[in-house]
Design a protein around this ligand. Structure first.
Ligand SMILES: C[S@@+](CC[C@H](N)C(=O)[O-])C[C@H]1O[C@@H](n2cnc3c(N)ncnc32)[C@H](O)[C@@H]1O
Ligand code: SF4
Length: 464
């Protein structure tokens, strides 16, 4: 079994650094992070944000959430509900269709989408005729702009050719399949079985039907995972040549996610092995020609994300990494998150509560956060840091608000404290995150987070 180095630092030494620096912290898929958002959210604020969409002829991104799955994977941290009751799914799909019409009729301008993403749960667990119906309705109410980018997350175990055809016919070209790990022992421990042959055929089918971009999700840090078997999974998956790969660190939060209690803590890899597995992903996938995108995503060098990263214009939103900065996002369905220019909002999570609220003629809003100028600027700083590995404080706002100025000065001092450890180097008026520092991007973002102290009661996953 090969073990790795990172920037010529041996794993054991790196592990010592991580022990020293590792605190639990947010993943910063948003700033301010979701635990800071407050309930209830005023429907007027949401209505105002909707009425601004399309005002400058800008298109938007749309996310639709499909919460149902055939069976529960023990590690799963998503808003997913197991059901075998078709009526339950039909009720949800009826509600989703009503929400699409209700929200679209609140637009004051013509709104088109340039990105559409279906996530879950498992969008392709929905019967194919119902899935086709909701997509046709969405495209009718929020039409696609020219070259709209459409993507779907699937559990390949339940995805039929019919699903793939209907999606391809509606312009979906990107597909993301969950795999997690190929080793049978690991698969038994997470209750999710799927062989290399099956995933190979699945990718071939998807490509033949018209998907031009395939992503595979893997997770490191799962129970019974070992470095050698994980390296085998990485090699086998890289040989399938997906365009993109995600290697998520397993977020084990059994106090919050009850079904994770069925995972035996003693079977989880040690913290040094967990770090080793992340380094394995970089080494094995790097050897197969993949570029690392952020910390845990990988793409072939000609993929849009890899190109955007090289050109310093990678960005991210709730749907993941993107090449388009500043696109407003409309999230529909239970737990759907919207990201407007100065407002975040989230729908209620439970699919039945969501359906009740829709049936009662309401907006199914749960909570949200209106961004202050400070929030907005800090969000840009954190996003730029996480995506493009640069830490810069913009001039204009720095001068405008004395409190913000003091906060930034303090944060930059903390960042400077990471320089002797080699995590950042001075660059212009700011810092550039080194390759070593990439392992600690979450730690480097934390000094800028004004809400960090408010979130101590919330359980975070490990930063590395
Ligand atoms: C929302 S799930 C949907 C995927 C689809 N239902 C499937 O099973 O293939 C998307 C991805 O989130 C990741 N994921 C889910 N729970 C996780 C956890 N606790 N820690 C890390 N990643 C997780 C998995 O890699 C999964 O493929
Ligand atoms: S990983 Fe996918 S299939 Fe498994 S429970 Fe989560 S959402 Fe459902």
């Amino acid at each position: 079994m090969k073990t790795g180095t990172w920037c010529n630092i041996p794993e054991a030494k790196l592990y010592e650094m991580i022990e020293e620096l590792d605190t639990r912290g947010p993943r910063y898929t948003s700033y301010p992070t979701v635990p800071v958002w407050k309930a209830p959210l005023s429907p007027d604020l949401y209505a105002h944000a909707l009425s601004r969409l399309g005002a400058n002829n800008d298109s938007i991104a749309v996310y639709l959430h499909f919460p149902f799955c055939r069976q529960r994977c023990l590690y799963c941290g998503c808003n997913a509900h197991v059901t075998h009751d078709e009526q339950r799914m039909h009720r949800y799909m009826d509600a989703l269709e009503i929400e699409i019409k209700r929200v679209s009729s609140m637009f004051a301008h013509r709104v088109t989408h340039s990105q559409l993403h279906l996530g879950g749960g498992t969008p392709t667990y929905v019967p194919s005729d119902r899935l086709a119906r909701v997509l046709d309705m969405l495209i009718e109410w929020i039409p696609g702009s020219k070259l709209a980018d459409r993507s779907v997350e699937v559990d390949p175990r339940v995805t039929t050719d019919e699903h793939l055809y209907l999606l391809a016919q509606r312009g979906f070209t990107r597909i993301s399949a969950g795999l997690q790990d190929l080793n049978p022992d690991v698969q038994a421990a997470i209750r999710r079985e799927y062989s290399l042959d099956q995933i190979t055929h699945f990718i071939q089918r998807a490509r033949a039907i018209g998907f031009t971009s395939v992503n595979i999700d893997l997770i490191y840090g799962l129970p019974r995972q070992r470095r050698d078997t994980w390296q085998e999974t990485l090699t086998a998956v890289a040989n399938l040549k997906p365009d993109r790969l995600a290697c998520f660190g397993y977020a084990h939060l059994p106090a919050r996610i009850k079904h994770q209690q069925a995972i035996n803590d003693e079977e989880l890899p040690s913290a040094p092995d967990r770090l080793g597995m992340l380094l394995d992903a970089h080494r094995v996938l790097g050897d197969h020609g993949y570029a690392g995108i952020g910390m845990d995503h990988f793409a072939l060098p000609e993929d849009d994300l890899a190109v955007a990263q090289r050109e310093g214009r990678l960005w991210r939103n709730f749907m993941g990494y993107t090449t388009t900065r500043g696109l407003e996002l409309l999230g529909l369905g239970c737990s759907g998150i919207s990201e407007f220019t100065s407002l975040f909002s989230q729908n209620v999570s439970n699919p039945e509560v969501y359906a009740e609220r829709i049936e009662a003629g309401e907006l199914p809003l749960e909570r949200g956060h209106e961004l202050s100028k400070d929030d907005f600027t800090t969000k840009q700083i954190i996003n730029h840091l996480m995506c493009n590995l640069e830490i810069e404080i913009p001039d204009k706002d720095f001068d405008a608000d004395p409190e913000f100025e003091m906060r930034m000065e303090h944060a930059m001092k903390q960042v400077a404290g990471f320089e002797p450890r080699g995590l950042v180097t001075k660059s212009g008026r700011g810092y550039r995150i080194t390759r070593l520092g990439q392992l600690f991007v979450r730690n480097l973002a934390m000094p800028f987070d004004r809400y960090l102290n408010e979130q101590t009661s919330v359980l975070f996953s490990k930063t590395v």
